[in-house]
Design a protein around this ligand. Structure first.
Ligand code: SF4
Ligand code: SF4
Length: 426
């Protein structure tokens, strides 16, 4: 029996990683946070950045490594599935980042839940590999951005079937914890074998998570199809909602009635919640990794909301289609760092409807894609990968992350360690 060889002790240090992360402190502008936490000051300046791990993405090993890298890159918030093991993975990533760079700012940890099972972020793909014809070229596997489908042609009755491609069967299927519900596999199956299974996060478990000291914020996804379900969820969470500092509401563009919906939701929340509130404008959900065009919808959603004088109080942030082009599109629309929030404003008077514009950007699929490429390069012979055990890969991943976070935060890249070129390498 071959006994796996443990990884060698760390010979290379994280000197280069510390040097790269220190570029953040040189580039960061003076905090105008008054009595408010630095994350809120970032929203006020318009340079808040959130990493979206994925409301349904539950691969703890990847979530841990992503959290580690993006904490070092200086994000203000990490948004993850409302699941205790995923929350633990985010916190572990943050702790490891702090052990490497002790001065790093701890991002807020946000859990994502839904009020309605029709929200696309809360579904999983599913199929039975026994139903897959062996002559299928497996387009589902190729199209999945999360490597969440794995199919192997297996032996039957001890007979090696690879010699006859039409004998045997497929084994495997959807790796449930990696599937985040993007839906791209559904239309490509030529045999219509894949179905989407939707779910709603359990409010009782969510309420328990909100009581934890290491959960700072919650995001409630709503579909815009009425507010009854939002109301019900809000009632269920009311006993623990004030344990968090920030409540975000993520919603799609539903046209002219969007701002009315937001005002109704604000009326539901306002009497019971004493913290900060944030509106996540979800332009084209789960599409940022697709390319340049994906970001147009979220920027036009932001422009639409910004043009509405009756929008409710709170900070505003982009998501859904965000990628390396988003800052440029926002600049062209005159919306980049357009928040003119007064840091001296009391929380209760926060951000009148004429003040709050775009407080920041949340990056999901694109953020995971650029760092995921580096993670996939690490040899897996030692089981679960801890990226900090591979300093060269950690540095490369950090540079990728900073290429996304840096333009929002105003980091100044040094000539000797430039941020990696921002291009979609499709
Ligand atoms: S829904 Fe998206 S993430 Fe899930 S298996 Fe299909 S392609 Fe992959
Ligand atoms: S595309 Fe459809 S039939 Fe082909 S392997 Fe995937 S799920 Fe099975």
């Amino acid at each position: 029996m071959v006994v796996p060889v443990p990884p060698p002790p760390l010979l290379a240090s994280h000197v280069a990683v510390r040097a790269a992360a220190s570029a953040i402190s040189h580039g960061r502008r003076v905090l105008l946070n008054g009595d408010h936490p630095p994350q809120v000051a970032a929203l006020g300046r318009g340079d808040w950045v959130k990493l979206i791990c994925g409301a349904s993405f539950e691969d703890a090993a990847d979530v841990r490594n992503l959290s580690l890298v993006y904490t070092l890159a200086g994000v203000d918030c990490i948004d993850c599935a409302a699941d205790a093991s995923v929350v633990g993975a985010v916190n572990e990533g943050i702790e490891v980042a702090a052990s490497i760079v002790p001065t790093v700012q701890r991002p807020w940890l946000m859990i994502s839940v839904n009020d309605d099972c029709r929200d696309l972020h809360f579904r999983k793909a599913e199929f039975d590999p026994d139903d897959c014809p062996l002559d299928c070229s497996k387009p589902c596997e190729k199209v999945c951005p999360a490597d969440a489908i794995s199919l192997k042609h297996s032996m039957v009755d001890g007979e090696r079937t690879l010699s006859d491609p039409l004998r045997g069967k497929y084994e495997g299927g959807v790796i449930t914890e990696r599937c985040y519900g993007c839906g791209r596999c559904l239309p490509v199956c030529p045999y219509d074998r894949i179905r989407a299974v939707s779910y709603v996060r359990d409010p009782t478990m969510t309420a328990e998570l909100l009581k934890r000291d290491d959960v700072d914020a919650i995001e409630i996804h709503t579909t815009g199809k009425g507010t009854d379900m939002f109301n019900t969820l809000w009632d269920n969470l009311s006993g623990s909602i004030n344990n968090v500092k920030l409540v975000a509401v993520s919603l799609p563009d539903i046209g002219e009635s969007t701002v009315d919906l937001m005002n109704t939701i604000y009326t539901i929340m306002e009497p019971h919640f004493k913290g900060y509130n944030l509106w996540q404008l979800d332009g084209r959900p789960m599409s940022g990794d697709i390319g340049r065009g994906a970001t147009r919808e979220t920027v036009s959603f932001a422009a639409h909301v910004a043009s509405m004088s009756e929008r409710p109080p709170g900070f505003y942030q982009l998501a859904g289609g965000t990628n390396s082009y988003t800052v440029d599109y926002l600049k062209k629309a005159g919306l980049f760092q357009s928040s003119n929030w007064n840091s001296g404003t009391a929380t209760s008077e926060m951000a009148s409807s004429h003040q709050a514009l775009i407080g920041g950007i949340a990056y999901g699929g694109y953020a995971r894609k650029i760092v995921g490429r580096v993670l996939r390069k690490i040899p897996e012979q030692f089981g679960r990968v801890h990226i900090e055990d591979h300093p060269d890969h950690l540095l490369e991943a950090l540079q990728e992350a900073m290429s996304l976070v840096g333009p929002v935060k105003g980091y100044i890249p040094s000539h000797s360690k430039p941020f990696m070129k921002q291009v979609d390498r499709q």
